[in-house]
Design a protein around this ligand. Structure first.
Ligand code: ARG
Length: 420
């Protein structure tokens, strides 16, 4: 009897090079009998070279390692749409982790196709947003692919990971104990857990890495940011790529302590969680972009876009990057950026990015309409008739209320003190 050669099932794993995903390679292989292919995607998280990460994956038992420098892709196709959408979840969080998941997902699915894998794996726990973002993304781009998360599905705890790495002599440090869970990329940095879980505790110095203390800033730094259709194209007149612009502003706004965020946030899974973020470049760019929109978007367009921006942001936070509605809103947002071009001059200093000047060939700001000087172009006599008609429906309703209920008392409106 001849044994029929069986091809093993293959699983692609989102690999960071850290302890947990290094252990996950062998852990998944032992639990499932499958071959593991490590996928490392550089979205500007810094740290080790892709080559080092690739070698470690192989040394930890991966049969193949797929590494990709996705920094430009991430900056252009994920950070720039977020900027155009003024994407701040709960008016504060610039979606740092939320936008990195879809780019990693695209590479995971590409790697699964390339290596004939049936399953995709990631290192997320069962309590956060990131598992949702990975798996909803994978389901959308590869409906035939299965998902497995060793921390959630195969009981891979931190203690077991340390024990496993030591027993198997994995080439990864198990001693360096970082109390925080950190996720970082070129758009920003997210820090959670440890003593931050007591929401009365303030963040300590060691929480921060992208920013210096805004209380002791260097001299003010004035930067001019040029935008073309909502996308920054130059700093101080130097043409740069989106990635270069984010990186330079991370440095320049970072030393000024700009973009530190401390919030209790509503996760999709129903938990409220304490998060510290640092996003110096992103926050400076958003402040500049919003001000450029203020002068280039027509009033109703601007008001409506705020609603669209918020919905877009919630969809992206909730892991719906590849959803039909998100794509529809992208189309609206892109179209709205047609005239969002020009220069914003801002001062970076002591934790604040303050706009000081704006200039645009497609501006709607009309000095002759706005000026209080003599010779303005605005016909003030039109205002009276406008106000009469604009207030008419409320006036009619008030007259009805008085007829039915009598006069509304204004007794609570009393001056605190009289001068005379
Ligand atoms: N709460 C943020 C989000 O859901 C950040 C998550 C960061 N992940 C981490 N492992 N620290 O987008």
């Amino acid at each position: 009897m001849t044994a029929t050669p069986t091809t093993k099932e293959r699983i692609v794993l989102a690999y960071s090079g850290g302890l947990d995903t290094s252990v996950a390679i062998g852990w998944i292989a032992e639990a499932t009998g499958a071959e593991v292919i490590a996928v490392a995607v550089d979205v500007g998280q810094g740290g080790e070279s892709l080559e080092t990460v690739r070698q470690r994956a192989l040394d930890c038992g991966a049969v193949e390692a797929y590494v990709a420098d996705a920094r430009d892709e991430f900056a252009e196709q994920y950070c720039m749409p977020t900027l155009k959408a003024n994407g701040l979840y709960m008016d504060a969080y610039p979606l740092v982790s939320a936008i990195s998941r879809p780019v990693i997902v695209r590479h995971l699915v590409a790697a699964a196709r390339q290596f004939g894998a049936s399953t995709v794996s990631h290192g997320c726990t069962g309590k956060g947003n990131d598992q949702v973002r990975f798996e909803v993304g994978i389901q959308t781009l590869g409906p035939d692919l299965k998902c497995i998360a060793p921390v959630r599905d195969l009981a891979l705890t931190r203690d077991k990971a340390i024990d496993y790495a030591e027993r198997n002599n994995l080439p990864i440090a198990t001693t360096k104990k970082n109390p925080f869970s950190i996720d970082q990329n070129v758009w920003g940095r997210a820090v959670e857990t440890g003593f931050l879980e007591d929401i009365w505790n303030g963040p300590t110095k060691d929480v921060y890495d992208y920013t210096d203390d805004p209380a002791f800033p260097p001299a003010p730094d004035v930067v001019t940011i040029t935008f073309d259709q909502g996308v920054p194209t130059a700093l101080d007149g130097r043409s740069l790529s989106p990635l270069q612009i984010i990186e330079e502003l991370n440095r320049r706004a970072g030393v000024q302590g700009i973009g530190r965020i401390d919030i209790v946030e509503d996760r999709l899974v129903g938990i409220k969680s304490r998060e510290i973020y640092e996003a110096p470049g992103a926050m400076a760019l958003m402040a500049a972009h919003r001000e450029l929109e203020n002068i280039t978007l027509e009033r109703e367009q601007a008001r409506f876009k705020k609603t669209v921006d918020q919905r877009w942001t919630e969809l992206v936070y909730d892991g719906q990057w590849f959803s039909p509605l998100k794509k529809n809103l992208d189309a609206f947002i892109d179209e709205s950026q047609k005239y969002v071009s020009g220069d914003i001059r801002m001062e970076l200093h002591g934790g604040r990015a303050t706009v000081q000047g704006r200039r645009s060939d497609t501006s709607l700001y009309d000095f002759n309409l706005a000026t209080y000087d003599t010779g303005d172009a605005f016909d003030q006599s039109s205002a009276r008739g406008f106000i009469d008609i604009f207030g008419l429906s409320s006036k009619v309703a008030t007259e009805r209320d008085q007829r039915v209920q009598g006069l509304e008392s204004l007794d609570d409106v009393a001056p605190l003190s009289r001068q005379d």
